[in-house]
Design a protein around this ligand. Structure first.
Ligand SMILES: C[S@@+](CC[C@H](N)C(=O)[O-])C[C@H]1O[C@@H](n2cnc3c(N)ncnc32)[C@H](O)[C@@H]1O
Length: 226
């Protein structure tokens, strides 16, 4: 009887694997997590909307509890770099000023509403460079719990402003999803990682506990009041 032959070529695991946590699975868990903690009505704030793809995905997965959505974008792509962004650029050339210029606000809003059936009055899209205006924006947190803050704005300067504001507006048990955490070749003193450390490592109001990496470049944290 002939012996069965084993494959002789070497094998290795592919770099992208199904066992990386997907954003959809993370969002499904966050919905369960909210239910377990009796958080029944909540809001979602996104920095970096582009054409609405991530807002659509999140709205779909959070159906049944999501009542209010706020999204910030220039709607004309990544704004001019600040001096503080310049040293990072060589590590992430894709994040150039003007990149990710998508559709205009009204087109994006119609697209999100058409894909989700979300009530239009509960979807606030805010146009402009929020680095200049975010401090004036007040988030209502008494009726709707601020469940998720999604930061997908690529630059250190934009992330830093968004995270400072989040640290003032998060509640006990809000989630922080950082889409760009492992960009800039993962450098700890560049981009979103740098902004995160500066805002949260010594924050007097909020502490951030890492929960999981997701979607390759992203990292999720749970925020708690001190
Ligand atoms: C990668 S895209 C967002 C992608 C989107 N979240 C998605 O997954 O479909 C990054 C966005 O951040 C926006 N952005 C970056 N810095 C900003 C700022 N300071 N103010 C407003 N928008 C900003 C850009 O305009 C761009 O649309």
């Amino acid at each position: 009887m002939s012996q069965r032959k084993l494959p002789i070529s070497p094998s290795y695991n592919p770099t992208i694997h199904g066992d990386l946590v997907s954003r959809v699975n993370l969002l499904r868990f966050i919905r369960e997590w909210a239910r377990a903690h009796e958080i029944s009505r909540f809001s979602l704030v996104e920095f970096g909307v582009l054409n609405g793809e991530s807002l659509i995905e999140m709205t779909r997965q959070l159906r049944g509890g999501i009542e209010h959505i706020v999204g910030f974008d220039t709607f004309s792509g990544i704004p001019a770099h600040k001096v503080s962004d310049l040293q990072d650029h060589a590590n992430m050339p894709a994040f150039a000023a003007g990149s990710y210029a998508g559709s205009d606000l009204e087109t994006v809003k119609s697209y999100i509403l058409a894909c989700t059936d979300f009530p239009s009055t509960n979807l606030e899209l805010i146009e402009g460079d929020f680095r200049d205006s975010l401090n004036e924006f007040e988030l209502e947190t008494t009726v709707n719990f601020p469940l998720i803050f999604h930061v997908d704005v690529d630059l250190y300067s934009s992330s830093h402003v968004a995270l400072e504001w989040i640290a003032k507006n998060a509640e006990d048990g809000s989630w922080l999803l950082l889409d760009d955490y492992w960009c800039y070749r993962g450098h700890p003193r560049m981009g979103q990682r740098k902004a995160f450390d500066e805002v949260f490592l010594k924050n007097s109001r909020i502490e951030a506990t890492p929960y999981t990496n997701y979607k390759g470049f992203g990292r999720a944290f749970i925020l708690n009041l001190k």
